[in-house]
Design a protein around this ligand. Structure first.
Ligand code: F6R
Length: 628
């Protein structure tokens, strides 16, 4: 939710192209390109350089290309430091004026912001009384004017930033440059992401490491409520009172190529094709030489995990559907009750949580504010929190007791695909680990399940290779205005995820139901030609689930539905009831979501593509939702 990039270099010492003084702008624009998935309502940059009395800036509503065209038409001067912003609008519509940066102090100070400043209206009144005139409707301009007031008092940008941060409530990452100090960028962080990239003769700031990974993989994770100052040769961190503080160094474990489209038409298509690797990489290194499962970065004592009597999974959106799959697997393998709750609902309903509760927070970005707030709340109640997160250096793992990283690599398309498969994989690992630790399964049973899990990567690849039939079906369904999805057991969260993908990407009304619920109401929606996807469980599974779902298909077909069925290879019983059938390889019932969701992802992407929509950046969305 808003992407932020900052750069400080010497303007001469770094060979950044024909003219190194162009590097600040190049770095800012390249960083914004990589961060555009965080928000794309408008974009802007500000530059400062020696001998220039004011900050130079450009900003434009719409996607980054509009800003690039604006700068091509009206070039910006050479510089030594830059800040750049890509916006997901909160206060004030997505106009040129409301775009960041916001200028103050006679255009000598430029500020960008991610988050929401809750007390902006009081501050605005106070500044207006001081004679300040505001140009935009944003909370950010209030922060810029407040910073200008503090700068006039302090004469130093970092001190002024700390004084400003102490007066703000809400969530914020702020970055500022001032014409007086053209080799410095100052940032403040409170409940909003900011990481530092450590270069040679240059340093970087970004909402996440994608902003600078093409320039350096050495990074510094910042804590909450910190001020950071970067110059070409130094990085200084303090708290909001100016006391020295330290960040935590880490090395980014993926390279810039991982964040490129790699020859695919869209990031989403590439990320769907990355899924076999996402599953395999998430499983890598999880067993020791004797085959026992080990979890990295586990800081929760084994005795505590043994005494856990309830697990609550908290997450939002797609990550919450991964949590639903986790519930079925963990309850079955470990016999521990598992609740799954949307993080924003958990936080505000006074949940019953204590020292014997394990809270599992699932998040691709590691920054989702709703999930972060739920993590904090759970820990305040005494629960241990284990995070399943994809993004290194993000906030949720830092604030959790333990972390199980998914290794899906950077996910750039706004709608989640490969992170979902990696989250489910990590949840299976956790389930098997707990079963091993608590003695619910014999070691050879755990080892066999783990082997079956390892084999899923190859099977995901098979589903992807069968994608053309799904695409062709999607292309023929551009006129659909409502699509339903049904599933039972682990097929139910898959149905919900299939519906979410179609809503997000193709803007088609879609709903996922538990197939058994159909007769309790939703069947009234079925009329002639209504497309309904049905996820069919393995015919080899237990509990007659398969025959129950086949009956559900017959019920909807009898009422005119067009049935689009996802079924296992060799499932002859279902063939006769399917108008279209998308085959997936045979797999253990609990692991089937890793396969069954893939045709649904491909369907949504292909249908959106056929309608001419932007599958990587659907309207109104942003990847990392850092506001509540
Ligand atoms: C849907 C999607 C969202 C995210 C949700 C949580 O395609 O991407 O529903 O899953 O916003 O985000 P993270 O996982 O970053 O916490």
């Amino acid at each position: 939710m808003c992407g932020i990039v900052g750069y400080a270099g010497t303007g001469t010492a770094v060979a950044g192209g024909p003219d190194a003084s162009e590097r600040p702008l190049e770095v800012a624009l390249a960083g914004l390109k990589r961060l555009e998935y965080r928000g794309y309502d408008s974009a802007g940059v500000a530059l400062v350089g020696p001998g220039r009395p004011e900050a130079a800036f450009a900003k434009k509503s719409g996607k980054l290309d509009n800003l690039v065209a604006e700068i091509a038409a009206h070039p910006l001067p050479a510089a030594t430091a830059a800040i750049g912003h890509t916006r997901w609008a909160t206060h004030g519509g997505p106009t040129d004026t409301n775009a960041h940066p916001h200028l103050a102090d006679g255009d000598r100070l430029a500020v960008i912001h991610n988050g929401i400043i809750e007390n902006y209206s009081e501050l605005r009144d106070s500044l207006t009384t001081d004679g300040v005139t505001f140009l935009s409707d944003t909370d950010t301009e209030v922060a810029a004017q407040l910073l200008a007031r503090e700068y006039r008092a302090a004469g130093d940008l970092a001190t002024a930033m700390a004084a400003t941060a102490r007066q703000l409530t809400g969530t914020f990452t702020l970055l500022a440059v001032h014409a007086d100090d053209p080799q410095t960028v100052v940032g403040a962080r409170h409940d909003s992401p900011l990481v530092v990239g450590l270069g040679a003769g240059e340093n970087f700031l970004g909402s996440d490491v994608a902003a600078f990974v093409e320039h350096t993989k050495e990074a510094l994770e910042l804590g909450q409520d910190q001020i950071v100052t970067i110059t070409p040769d130094a990085v200084t961190v303090t708290d909001f009172d100016g006391a020295p503080a330290e960040g935590k160094r880490f090395t980014v474990d993926w390279d810039a190529a991982a964040a490129e489209k790699g020859g695919f038409d869209s990031f989403m298509d590439k990320e769907i094709h990355d899924q076999p690797h996402a599953v395999a990489d998430t499983l890598l290194g999880r067993t020791d030489s004797s085959g026992r499962i080990i979890l990295d970065d586990l800081r929760i004592d084994e005795s505590v995990l043994r005494s856990v009597n309830k697990i609550i999974v908290i997450a939002c959106g797609t990550a919450a559907y991964a949590g639903h799959v986790a519930k079925y697997a963990i309850e079955h393998w470990c016999r521990i009750p598992v609740e799954v709750e949307l993080a924003h609902e958990f936080r505000y309903r006074d949940p019953i949580v204590d020292e014997r509760t394990l809270v599992v927070a699932i998040s691709q970005s590691g920054e989702t504010m709703d999930t972060l707030m739920a993590v904090r709340h759970a820990r305040e109640q005494g629960a241990k929190v284990l995070a399943i997160v994809n993004t290194n250096g993000s906030t949720i793992p830092r604030e959790s007791d333990a972390v199980l990283y998914t290794h899906a690599g950077p996910e750039i398309a706004v709608a989640s695909t490969k992170a979902f498969l990696a989250q489910i994989t990590a949840a299976y690992i956790l389930g098997l680990y707990l079963a091993q630790l608590r003695g619910n399964k014999f070691p050879d049973e755990v080892a066999q399940l783990f082997d079956e899990l390892r084999d899923m990567s190859r099977k995901v690849q098979t589903v992807i290779e069968r994608g053309e039939y799904v695409r062709a079906t999607a292309r023929s369904m551009q006129a659909a205005d409502k699509v339903l999805f049904l599933g039972r057991h682990v097929g139910y969260p898959v149905a919900m995820e299939g519906a979410l993908k179609l809503k997000e990407l193709a803007y088609i009304h879609a709903e996922g139901f538990a197939a058994g619920e159909l007769k309790h109401g939703p069947i009234a929606l079925i009329d002639e030609g209504q497309p309904v996807f049905v996820v069919v469980p393995s015919p080899r599974g237990r509990d007659q689930l398969h025959s129950k779902v086949v009956s559900n298909i017959q019920e909807i077909r009898a009422r005119g539905a067009r049935t689009l069925v996802i079924a296992e290879d060799g499932d002859d019983a279902v063939r006769q009831y399917a108008d279209e059938i998308f085959w997936i390889p045979q797999a253990p019932s609990l692991l089937q979501p890793l396969l069954a969701v893939v045709p649904l992802q491909i369907f949504a992407m292909a249908l959106a593509g056929a309608k001419g929509l932007d599958v990587d950046q659907p309207r109104n969305l942003a990847k990392s939702v850092t506001v509540e």
